[in-house]
Design a binder for this molecule. Structure first.
Ligand SMILES: Cc1cc2nc3c(=O)[nH]c(=O)nc-3n(C[C@H](O)[C@H](O)[C@H](O)COP(=O)(O)OP(=O)(O)OC[C@H]3O[C@@H](n4cnc5c(N)ncnc54)[C@H](O)[C@@H]3O)c2cc1C
Length: 437
């Protein structure tokens, strides 16, 4: 006899573990299945875990602001002891350099509408409050083989959007472990080192029936949740859903780098998260007085879509290391060229408009939290809450596609309309088309 659960959750990353925590809190009997050895060992473990609020739609800002409150309250939200301790939010403040006036104004409008605190800084404010960064403008990112890379500055950055509550989570993998511990304490089961090879459906293929594992075992359940991270499109395709959704997802390889802060700069304590579209990058303080460097994937850089995740190169490349550290050297003039190469590569699960899908699917009982596009770690807890509310409502008869669920945020009271995260939404024309969302 196959084992039965109220819900099978494919994946035990920060989302899979979060959804298990939320569903077990509602009395559901859940089982997470993950091919890796422990919670958060997938793309969650590579996350920059940055928390910031500049998104190009009001709902995007509202969910990030609501999500921030979960991290501020994380120990209480977990609610049980964890022998590994707890992940914690490190609030550094964050800057979006004013390099594109239209985007700056859009962010100000959306953050204002969502009630997120912000300040508009002048160049003089920047010079006083973050003296380590230079304010030269170079006319947008380009490769090092482009003459423009070495040319004189074309102007000067006039200011920035400052978000005092921005920061990052100390240890994203530990956050997933904490959520998994909370779910386990309420009876949630986790099967690691186990791969889902098949999605089982009813004879007429209208509803999900469970999953089949790599050892041939079946687990039966009327609800299955796809939280496979970069593997989510593969799982949707296993469920026969390819081509059924307006918003599609695809894995994209992405490198992040870590380098020592320049001599005499205590970036760990005095630095902040900085998004710099002039150099196509973002950076933030990292433990050990280091700087964590990410890319906004500017058009001049090659895009690395991944067809087969089993062949993903997880080592950083000389080429990407060089361009990212040299771009940082243009923004932090005392940075120099670091000798020790450090960093990692993993895959984003990129959606058509770089926004997430938190939704049901056309297969009854099959739900998905996917397309997190390198920018939704921050929303893992609130997103898990939304998914649990949705799963509960739809299994109780809600016609979500025609009468979308609106969830009231636990902390901010914001009305989060889940139609904004629909698999069939219209592509957001204001999206930056990058990790910034
Ligand atoms: C390099 C990088 C930097 C990032 N930086 C930020 C940031 O600064 N801020 C931010 O907000 N977000 C960031 N993100 C995004 C964020 O980290 C991810 O959106 C989030 O961690 C995804 O979590 P997840 O649980 O959905 O996926 P994952 O953590 O990838 O978990 C999915 C799990 O599903 C399992 N799985 C898949 N298929 C199967 C199967 N068939 N059988 C069994 N198990 C399966 C995998 O083993 C995996 O453990 C970043 C992401 C990356 C990769």
């Amino acid at each position: 006899m196959a084992e039965t659960y109220d819900a099978v959750i494919i994946g035990a990353g920060v989302f899979g573990s979060g959804i298990a925590h939320e569903l077990t809190s509602r009395g559901w009997k859940t089982c997470n299945v993950d091919m890796f050895g422990a919670a958060g060992h997938g793309s969650t473990s590579s996350s920059g875990a940055i928390i910031r609020f500049n998104y190009s739609t009001v709902p995007g800002v509202e969910i990030a602001w609501e999500g921030n409150h979960y991290w501020e309250d994380f120990e209480d939200y977990i609610g049980v002891p964890d022998e590994l301790g707890y992940a914690r939010k490190i609030t550094t403040g964050g800057l979006f350099l004013r390099t594109h006036d239209d985007l700056h104004k859009l962010y100000v409008k959306c953050m204002g509408a969502a009630g997120v605190p912000y300040e508009e800084w002048t160049a003089a404010d920047l010079a006083e409050r973050l003296p380590s960064i230079g304010l030269d403008l170079y006319g947008g990112p380009c490769g090092i083989d482009d003459d423009r890379f070495w040319a004189e500055p074309t102007g000067s950055i006039p200011g920035a959007l400052y978000q005092p509550a921005a920061g990052h989570i100390s240890d994203p993998q530990l956050a997933a472990h904490n959520l998994h511990t909370a779910a386990k304490a309420k009876g949630g089961e986790f099967r690691f080192n186990t791969t889902v090879n098949e999605i089982l459906t009813t004879d007429d293929a209208s509803a999900v029936r469970g999953v089949k594992l790599d050892d041939g075992t079946e687990i039966h359940s009327p609800v299955v949740v796809n939280v496979g991270g970069p593997f989510s499109a593969t799982l949707n395709s296993m469920a026969g859903l390819s081509g059924t959704e307006a918003i599609t997802t695809k894995p994209m390889r992405h490198e992040v780098h870590v380098a020592a802060a320049p001599e005499g700069v205590d970036y760990e304590n005095d630095g902040m998260m900085v998004a710099d579209l002039d150099q196509g990058m973002y950076f933030r303080p990292e433990a050990g007085n280091q700087i964590f460097i990410g890319s906004t994937d500017p058009d001049c850089d090659p895009v690395e879509w991944v067809d087969d995740l089993s062949t993903l190169n997880r080592e950083i490349t000389e080429e990407r290391w060089n361009i990212q550290t040299m771009r940082l050297a243009k923004r932090i003039p005392t940075f120099g060229v670091p000798h020790q190469k450090k960093g990692l590569a993993d895959a984003y699960d990129v959606s058509s408009d770089w926004g997430p899908i938190y939704d049901r699917t056309d297969l009854d009982g099959f739900f998905a939290a996917r397309g997190t596009s390198g920018n939704q770690f921050k929303n893992a807890c609130v997103g898990s809450h939304l998914m649990a509310e949705l799963i509960n409502a739809v299994t109780n008869g809600l016609d979500h596609d025609n009468d979308p669920l609106v969830v009231t945020g636990r902390y901010t009271g914001a009305k989060l309309n889940m139609a904004d995260f629909s698999r069939n939404r219209t592509i957001n024309p204001d999206s930056t088309g990058t990790v910034l969302g």
